[in-house]
Design a protein around this ligand. Structure first.
Ligand code: 2PG
Length: 253
């Protein structure tokens, strides 16, 4: 019998705590909403879990959105790791939700029906309609995306997120992992689904059923080829994760 491979590096994935728009049940995407009070507490609790388990990050990667940035700051402060190096990238941003940004999930489900709602929310290849530059929830003209020019998305499906995220996961994040750094990635429900898809090799079909809870660190020990030792990783609080995953899956109902 061969024994399991010894981990070569550790990656921690942390979805931001609940945002004000998660609380209101609105499609969010690239709209830069803050954490709710509950989300604030979840971020601190996430940091406590890191501290309690002795899982102390050496480096942080975040998206460019404040719900991820502030979650990381709160969690790291709680774990006394507020001082570690940080890199940020638009490639870790939430999936751009196109014209659905700012719309109520429940009313969208009622208006378009279950099949279309699920296609937009969880299918791999179907993006929502594009957002227009004049929509109040468009990111046109936002200085943080100026360098992207015409490449800035106006909608995305999960497949698009996988394409824009892959070079960052196997570039800057992999560089830190290969340097032996415990690497924390604080990002979003759908950008982290893309990370999990890439790491675990989840099929285009099966990824539809995978949801990530807010504020609960997910630990991946990886081998030298960055393959997970335990497929799917391990949540630091598995019971809380289970309940929260169901709640995400049932949004809009
Ligand atoms: O609105 C969003 O941007 C995402 C994450 O909150 O929602 P969903 O889980 O419906 O993809």
């Amino acid at each position: 019998m061969t024994s399991p491979a010894a981990p070569s590096s550790t990656l921690i994935l942390l979805r931001h705590g609940e945002s004000t728009w998660n609380d209101l049940g609105l499609f969010t995407g690239w709209v830069d909403v803050p954490l709710s009070e509950k989300g604030h507490a979840e971020a601190i609790r996430g940091g406590q879990m890191l501290k309690e388990t002795g899982l102390l990050p050496d480096v942080l990667h975040t998206s460019l959105l404040r719900r991820a940035i502030n979650t990381a700051q709160l969690a790291l402060d709680e774990a006394d790791r507020h001082w570690i190096d940080v890199r940020r990238s638009w490639r870790l941003n939430e999936r751009h939700y196109g014209d659905l940004q700012g719309k109520d999930k429940k009313s969208t489900l009622q208006e378009y029906g279950e099949e279309q709602f699920q296609l937009w929310r969880r299918s791999y290849n179907t993006p929502p309609p594009e957002i227009s530059d004049t929509n109040e929830y468009s990111q046109a003209g936002d200085p943080r995306y100026a360098d992207l020019g015409d490449a800035a998305p106006k909608t995305e499906c999960l497949a698009d997120v996988v394409v824009r995220l892959e070079p960052y996961l196997y570039g800057p994040i992999a560089d830190d992992l290969r340097a032996g750094k415990v690497t924390l990635v604080t990002a979003h429900g759908n950008s982290l689904r893309a990370v999990v898809k890439l790491l675990d090799g989840v099929s285009d079909k099966d990824i539809a059923g995978l949801n990530i809870p807010t504020g609960i660190p997910l630990r991946y020990d990886l081998d030298a080829d960055l393959k997970p030792i335990t497929p799917g990783g391990v949540y630091l609080d598995p019971d809380a994760a289970k309940a929260a995953i169901n709640a995400v899956a049932n949004q809009g109902r």
